[in-house]
Ligand binder design. Structure first.
Ligand code: PGA
Length: 236
């Protein structure tokens, strides 16, 4: 796995956006697999800026999100669909019919749709403090594909701050699998902040194990980990 250490979160975000922008320019109908969470916010912001200022064209790009909570309506502000609209889709020209978000009833269909699109060209993913990638929690099989999963206790605790009503806090989600992630042609792993330093080191340098889902990325031939200084204490 190649590792790029950037000076700070902004530089990480600009690097990630530049790689996405170049990929879109090279292949205007790129198949992109997209993350949510705090880490990619700066990347989305810079992609929106590039769309507005440089005319970066997403009109033929196909997008597949990594995951979505189960049990929230599509308009629920805590849903990942709402996140994607707020931070990206509402500000760029991705065509509505080219947007894919996994859902509970169609997880086999999701894999089929990826296949019909020609496979994922570029997949961007963060890492959870417990080592999850997408919502593949510790113990997930490396052979897993898109499916419904129970969220880990720490994932639920993290999600809680985004929900006003305790009853809405999701306990389950649909996620692409580890096999789905490993089949993408190129993977960008983004990690920022000191909270992630320990888990990032184990994922990149530690043993490959289903107890640490992100370690599966060591099995992929084309992964670039972009880390800010704080997340990269052991890579300087
Ligand atoms: P974060 O989430 O970007 O909000 O830290 C990463 C993840 O849990 O995959």
């Amino acid at each position: 796995m190649r590792v790029l250490v950037t000076s700070d979160y902004r530089a990480l975000s600009l690097q990630a956006a530049q790689i996405v922008a170049e990929a879109v320019r090279l292949k205007p109908d790129l198949v992109l697999c997209l993350p949510t969470g705090n880490t990619p916010l700066g990347m989305y912001e810079d992609l929106v800026r590039r769309h507005r200022q440089e005319g970066l064209d997403f009109s033929r790009v196909r997008t597949f999100n990594l995951d979505e909570y189960i049990g929230l309506g599509p308009d629920h502000p805590g849903s990942y669909r709402a996140y994607m609209r707020l931070h990206f889709f509402d500000h760029v020209n991705v065509a509505e019919q080219n947007i894919h978000i996994p859902n509970e009833t169609e997880s086999d269909g999701y894999e089929q749709a990826i296949l019909e699109a020609g496979g994922l060209d570029l997949l961007i993913v963060g890492i959870g403090a417990n080592g999850h990638i997408a919502f593949n929690e510790p113990g997930s099989s490396f052979a897993s594909r898109t499916r419904a999963v129970a969220l880990a206790t720490e994932t639920i605790a993290n999600a809680r701050r985004h929900f006003d009503n305790e009853a809405d806090v999701p306990l389950t989600a649909v996620t692409v699998g580890i096999r789905t992630i490993l089949e993408a042609r190129q993977v960008l792993l983004l990690a920022s902040s000191a909270d992630k330093a320990g888990v990032v080191e184990r994922a990149i340098r530690g043993p490959v194990s289903e107890s640490l889902p992100a370690s599966a990325l060591q099995l992929h031939p084309n992964v670039l980990a972009i880390l800010d200084q704080a997340a990269a204490v052991s890579f300087r």
